[in-house]
Design a protein around this ligand. Structure first.
Ligand SMILES: [Zn+2]
Ligand SMILES: [Zn+2]
Length: 277
C-alpha cells in the first residue's frame, strides 16, 4: 500500500466511531456536490468548453496551486475530525471560485481517465465531452449511493474514493510543490490565528520568556500558544509576523501559505497515524 494511503487509513482508524460517522457524512455530501457539478459540467457543451478554455489559460504552477487548495480542504477535513475542539481557526480559505472548482474537478477527471481509460482522450477532441460523460456516468452507477449507505458500506463507497482522491492530489502536488521532508520557507502565522491566541495570567514565578530571556511576572497577561508555551505579547507578536513556529518547540501554527499549510496538516496527520500503527 502506498505510504499516503496508509497514513490516512491509520489516522482514520484513530477516530472514535461518532467522529468517523460525522466525517463520512461530510465527505459524502461534498462528494455528492462535486459529482453533481461534474455531471452538470459534462452535460453542458458550453460550460465544458469554457472550463477547458480556463484550464488551458492556467500555467502548470497555477494548476498545481488549484489542486493544492483542493487537497488542503481535504486535509483540513481529516485533521479537523481528529481534533474537533481545536482552538485554532481553519487554515487559509479553501473556498474557491466556481470556475476554479470546475477546473479542478475536470483536471482530476482527466487524470483518472488518463490512467484507466486513456483511449477516451486519444479520440478527437470533439468527442472528449461525450466520452468523459459516459465514463463518469458509469463510475456513478458503480458507486450508486443514491440513498445514505448503511454504516458498514460507508467505508467502501465513501472513504475509499475519498482517500484515492486525496492521494491523487498529493501525487500531483508533491511532484512540484511540497515534497515530504522538503524544508518549508519561513512564513508568517495567519492573522486569524494570531487574533485567536488566548491571553493567560502568569500564575507561577520564575518562568522565562525565551524570546527576551526575562522573567514573566506573576499576574501579568501573556500569550499562550496551542503547544502551551507562554511568551510576552510584545515578544511573540513580532515573531509570529515572520514565523509560524513556536520559538520553544517549533509547533507549527496555521499560515496563509497553501503549500506550507499542506505540509503542516500532513505532519499533523502523520503524527496522529504514528500513534496508531
Ligand atoms: Zn519576552
Ligand atoms: Zn511550543
Amino acid at each position: 500500500m502506498e505510504e499516503t494511503t496508509s497514513t490516512i487509513l491509520a489516522a482514520l482508524s484513530s477516530l472514535p466511531p461518532s467522529h468517523l460517522t460525522n466525517l463520512t457524512n461530510t465527505i459524502l455530501s461534498s462528494t455528492r456536490r462535486h459529482h453533481r457539478r461534474l455531471t452538470f459540467l459534462l452535460s453542458s457543451p458550453s460550460l465544458f468548453s469554457l472550463t477547458l478554455h480556463h484550464l488551458h489559460t492556467l500555467s502548470l504552477q497555477q494548476k498545481t496551486l488549484l489542486i493544492s487548495r483542493h487537497l488542503l480542504s481535504f486535509l483540513h477535513l481529516l485533521t479537523q475530525s481528529n481534533n474537533p475542539t481545536s482552538p485554532l481557526p481553519p487554515p487559509v480559505s479553501t473556498s474557491m471560485r466556481e470556475r476554479d472548482t470546475d477546473a479542478v474537478l475536470l483536471l482530476l477527471l482527466f487524470c483518472e481517465t488518463h490512467k484507466y481509460n486513456p483511449e477516451a482522450l486519444t479520440a478527437p477532441f470533439s468527442h472528449w465531452r461525450l466520452n468523459l460523460n459516459k465514463i463518469f456516468s458509469n463510475t456513478l452507477l458503480t458507486l450508486s449511493y443514491s440513498s445514505a449507505p448503511p454504516l458498514g458500506a460507508c467505508f467502501g463507497s465513501v472513504l475509499i474514493p475519498f482517500i484515492e482522491t486525496v492521494s491523487r492530489c498529493w501525487r500531483l502536488v508533491g511532484v512540484l510543490g511540497c515534497e515530504e521532508g522538503k524544508e518549508v520557507k519561513e512564513v508568517a502565522a495567519s492573522a486569524a490565528t494570531v487574533v485567536s491566541l488566548p491571553a493567560v495570567e502568569v500564575s507561577v514565578g520564575g518562568r522565562e520568556c525565551v524570546i527576551c530571556k526575562e522573567e514573566m511576572q506573576v499576574g501579568r497577561d501573556v500569550c499562550e500558544l496551542p503547544c502551551q508555551h507562554l511568551f510576552h505579547w510584545m515578544c511573540i507578536l513580532p515573531w509570529l509576523g515572520k514565523k509560524n513556529t513556536c520559538p520553544c518547540c517549533r509547533f507549527r501554527l496555521p499560515s496563509d501559505d497553501v503549500f506550507g499549510e499542506i505540509q503542516r496538516l500532513w505532519e499533523v496527520l502523520v503524527k496522529i497515524s504514528a500513534k496508531h500503527i
